[in-house]
Design a protein. Structure first.
Length: 351
């Protein structure tokens, strides 16, 4: 396992993280995974043995049950608290009533205490806002998160699934008010779904944010188990919970390209899809979840795979981002302001 710095912090996280969305059951969660403590403990043990030090969960997963299972698994394995990094999230509805949802000071304070209790720990290493809350001013959210950091209950804060403009608004507010800043973004990114390359990747580069990737296999579609644009057969998880959304034609092209690369390397398509993400220097860690140990072991095997330039180019060509406005204008007009376009100009080195 290799480790990468999380944004501008001094914290090293494993380049593969263990996701726990498949832990805990009930309703929708039975479809996603429904794993209970025994199987979850085996997954956690396998991940730790492989060198994983970052575990990602959320209060919303199985309505808190995922956090409870993680806490129990850590106790069963007697994992020293300073050897594991726990990431969880806040924002989504956690019960009836108008204030058990959102990013208000009240909900953040209550949700944080509940997560700490379920996990059985005294602090969370990375506390992430799960979605946007259009009703709560970003300043209120950031002040509540900053209070949690100052109280020692949270080490770092991050966000998930925000538009770049809103995330930048939050970063500017943190700087203006002297508050803890977002240090990471958790985003959906695959070889077939590259929307974040328009705005979020440039934001991460400019502001020094770590990128944590969720659903790196597009809900299983890039594993090579399914072929063509028709997708999974009736009864597969994707047919019961068709998320995240994908362009089926783009997925089919990517599956073909990834399959060819996997054949050249004598490895699994899932490992190639994960290695493609890890080849991007902006990506800090890729979150891998699994319904069983075999899936997890295959995913963890991606760390030993290095793709060459031809491999990456073949996968890139399968589903390139569309030239959207204003991005095509920026690319078109910025060429004459690049240092290598002016003879004798020394390229600027940014810290």
């Amino acid at each position: 396992m290799r480790y990468r710095l999380l944004g501008r912090t001094g914290l090293y996280v494993s380049e593969l993280a263990l996701g726990t969305m498949t832990w805990g059951g009930g309703g929708l969660w039975d479809t996603i995974g429904g794993l209970e403590v025994d199987e979850a403990t085996r997954q956690l043990s396998t991940a730790l043995e492989a060198g994983v030090n970052l575990i990602d969960t959320a209060d919303y997963y199985a309505t808190g049950r995922s956090e409870e299972i993680l806490g129990e698994a850590l106790r069963r394995l007697a994992v020293p608290r300073d050897e594991i990094l726990i990431a969880t999230k806040v924002r989504l509805r956690m019960g009836p009533g108008p204030n058990r949802v959102g990013l208000s000071r009240v909900h953040i304070a209550n949700a944080l205490e509940a997560s700490l209790r379920r996990l059985g720990v005294d602090h969370i290493d990375l506390y992430q806002t799960h979605q946007i809350d259009p009703l709560t001013p970003i300043e209120e959210t950031l002040r509540a998160l900053d209070d949690a950091v100052r109280a020692g209950k949270v080490r770092y804060i991050g966000f998930c699934n925000l538009p770049a403009w809103y995330a930048m608004k939050g970063l500017a507010a943190s700087e203006r008010l002297g508050l803890a800043r977002f240090e990471s973004m958790q985003v959906y990114y695959t070889a077939a779904t590259r929307d974040l390359e328009y705005e979020l990747v440039p934001l991460a580069r400019d502001q020094g944010l770590g990128i944590l990737v969720w659903s790196p296999l597009a809900g299983g579609l890039l594993t090579g188990k399914y072929h063509g644009e028709q997708g999974p057969p009736e009864g597969a998880r994707r047919t019961r919970f068709d998320f995240p959304p994908v362009d089926r034609a783009a997925v089919a092209r990517c599956v073909e390209a990834i399959g060819q690369v996997a054949a050249r390397h004598g490895t699994r398509p899932a490992q190639v899809a994960l290695a493609w993400l890890l080849a991007h220097s902006e990506v800090t860690s890729v979150i891998v979840g699994a319904r069983n140990l075999d899936q997890l072991r295959v995913n963890l095997g991606a760390v030993g795979l290095t793709l060459d330039r031809d491999d990456l180019a073949a996968i890139d060509a399968a589903a390139p981002p569309e030239p959207l406005y204003p991005h095509f204008m920026v690319e078109r007009t910025a060429a004459d302001r690049k240092p290598d376009a002016v003879p004798g100009l020394i390229p600027l080195k940014r810290s």
